[in-house]
Design a protein. Structure first.
Length: 624
């Protein structure tokens, strides 16, 4: 695990360093890799590593003969195969996380991008700095899913290490180390390029190394805990409240830093570079607010904490109570739509603009899924049973109870962090955004001593298998990476049973997801061969990644009312236009805009980028 934390911290710091030097390029990254390899060799010479047992293949085979480890191994193989078969199609990544890296590489540095999508500028950069070397050197995004595959493989061991150091019974921790990765948000992201599983590993690592440092007395553990906590915030700003449980885990060992003050200072600087701090500084400079949204244009800030807590609680409850397959979701959405007309919900939406319980999908998807009904249901059943058992607990103060007391403090800190998140931020995908919180929240209930008895019972193991298998339908049927002939079967069924809305919707969804990774691709054939810079007029959520393909061949510049006179005509002669977005942003018709700028239509396509958004008219226009 230590090698992963060091590598991620180094790449994050290297990204900012290369940007400052103006050499964010393939050559710059090759130099960074050479320097990083030399530094790694030098570091390993004096790195004191704890004693560890020898690798035993027989022990590994014995482990995966058990049902829960075998399920995890199966899911790891499924997600790896699906990542190999399908190009990344995470919509957030295609609409802002990949494009922002391509913008930086085209300018050889991080810079503030002229765009109608503020997330290209204000969002945390953790996953992007790990993506940048692959995009710069290999010029493809096909292998970026390996970042999450590595995180998924590290996940069980981290869960076990954290739970046991928090004071959870080892037998209970062993069972849940295999169950936790079967959470919907973790299993579905393992084969893609979402950044919530990625961040969860950092959060667990920060707590793990912090708790381990208490017993080992090794300053290296403190350093690794600091770096992991910094990377946690660098992955996503919504993880900032989790610094509280990380700090509680690390606090007793921070005095070790004084023993090697110079080296600790270097690590602290590296941690700051890998954290959200550089992004916050950029946000403050260009927007006047460290969060990057001083006027709340993205509508994620809740103005009254009580409505934030209520709204987020409802979203978490509903999002994690949905069954793994819900074919009649339209009925649920209709019920929610009626409920939102009541005075209570109208007041809630007024203070929580992005509150949403409708719009639920038939299957959990990586863009919005929480930990899921299976694990939540299992936790509730075993938590209630363990509480009713009321086994005696050693009072805090004894040496044997010390891990439990420390664990309770860290878990309490996590609940406080979650409350801070819910009071301040409001998003319709809260079940996914709090993914890094779930393991420590679950640990609170796993500390109940009765759990040690129930994990040995046949009924509990049967329920655990049911919970673990509950995500399997979503993995197999996922529109992002279906592991069955989805389009062929859907096409046959729609022809065999015409007029069935559910079948027609399924066929549409799978068709859209099949081309999502390159959904603006049909427009490229209208671009002039010599075109090296292309303009773009789009809504704030249109995925521009397609227009950059093949990566390194051209540059995309978004045209807005603010920069139209500067860019159009002087630098750009070819523009890709979303007609609806143009008329909304520029306040004139498409024809009027063409006439004003002396442009003509080179090509036209009607494209369905999102099922909920409907078909949009797209044009490629050029100089007359």
């Amino acid at each position: 695990m230590s090698w992963w934390i060091l590598a991620c911290a180094y790449l994050s710091a290297a990204g900012w360093g290369l940007s400052l030097l103006g050499v964010l390029s393939p050559t710059g990254y090759l130099a960074a890799v050479v320097c990083g390899g030399g530094g790694w060799w030098f570091l390993c010479r004096g790195w004191r590593r704890p004693e560890s047992g020898r690798f035993a293949p027989g022990k590994l085979r014995w482990r995966f003969r058990h049902s829960l480890p075998a399920v995890f191994l199966g899911y790891a193989l499924i997600t790896f195969v699906s990542g190999l078969l399908y190009a990344p199609s995470n919509f957030d990544a295609l609409s802002y996380r990949l494009p922002r890296v391509l913008h930086w590489l085209s300018e050889h540095r991080w810079h503030w991008i002229a765009t109608s999508n503020p997330r290209l500028n204000v969002s945390a950069t953790g996953f992007e700095w790990l993506s940048a070397p692959a995009l710069a050197l290999a010029r493809t995004d096909r292998w970026l899913f390996l970042i999450n595959i590595v995180c998924y493989l590290l996940f069980p061991g981290l869960v076990f290490g954290v739970l046991t150091r928090l004071g959870v019974n080892r037998r209970v921790a062993w069972s849940w180390m295999w169950l936790m990765p079967t959470g919907y948000c973790f299993a579905l992201q393992a084969g893609g390029i979402g950044n919530d599983l990625f961040a969860t590993v950092y959060g667990l690592a920060a707590v793990y190394f912090g708790l381990r440092a208490r017993r080992s007395g090794r300053i290296e553990d403190v350093w690794l805990g600091m770096l992991a906590a910094a990377l946690l915030t660098g992955a996503k700003a919504t993880n900032l409240p989790l610094l509280l449980p990380c700090a509680l885990a690390l606090w007793p060992s921070l005095k070790l830093l004084w023993a090697r003050a110079v080296a600790s200072t270097v690590v602290a600087v590296l941690a700051l570079a890998a954290s959200f701090l550089p992004t916050a500084v950029g946000n403050a400079r260009f927007t006047g607010s460290w969060g990057g949204d001083p006027r709340n244009q993205m509508k994620v800030q809740v103005d009254r904490p009580v409505y934030g807590v209520i709204g987020n609680s409802l979203e978490l409850l509903v999002g994690n109570a949905m069954p793994p397959v819900m074919p009649f979701v339209s009925r649920w959405n209709a019920v929610v739509a009626d409920a939102k007309r009541t005075p209570f919900f109208q007041q809630l939406v007024r203070h929580f603009p992005r509150f949403r319980l409708d719009g639920t999908n038939e299957l959990p998807q990586e863009e919005g899924a929480g930990i899921g009904l299976g694990l939540c249901g299992l936790l509730v059943i075993t938590g209630v049973a363990a509480w009713r058992r009321r086994a005696p607990v050693q009072p805090c103060g004894g040496a044997a109870a010390e891990p439990i007391c420390s664990g309770l403090i860290v878990c309490l800190g996590t609940w406080v962090a979650l409350l801070a998140y819910m009071a301040k931020l409001g998003s319709e995908v809260a079940p996914r955004l709090v993914a890094p919180y779930y393991p420590l929240l679950f640990a609170t209930f796993l500390l109940l001593p009765g759990n040690a008895t129930f994990v040995r019972r046949r009924w509990w193991n049967a329920l655990a298998l049911i919970a673990a298998f509950s995500v399997l339908p979503a993995l197999i049927l996922s529109p992002s990476r279906p592991l069955w002939p989805a389009q062929t079967i859907c096409r046959y069924l729609t022809q065999r049973f015409p007029g069935r809305p559910l079948l027609e919707r399924a066929a549409t969804i799978y068709a859209v997801y099949r081309t999502r990774d390159d959904n603006l691709g049909p427009l490229r054939r209208y671009l002039p061969t010599a075109c090296r810079e292309v303009g773009l007029i789009a809504s704030g959520d249109d995925p521009e990644t397609s227009l950059w393909r093949p990566f390194g061949s051209r540059k995309v510049l978004e045209i807005t009312p603010a920069n139209e006179s500067e860019v159009l005509g002087r630098r750009i002669s070819t523009v890709v236009v979303n007609k609806e977005a143009l008329e909304l942003a520029f306040g004139c018709s498409f024809e009027q805009w063409l006439s004003k700028n002396h442009l003509r239509v080179l090509g036209e396509e009607r494209l369905l980028l999102q099922v909920k958004g409907g078909v949009k008219e797209w044009f490629v226009v050029g100089a007359e």
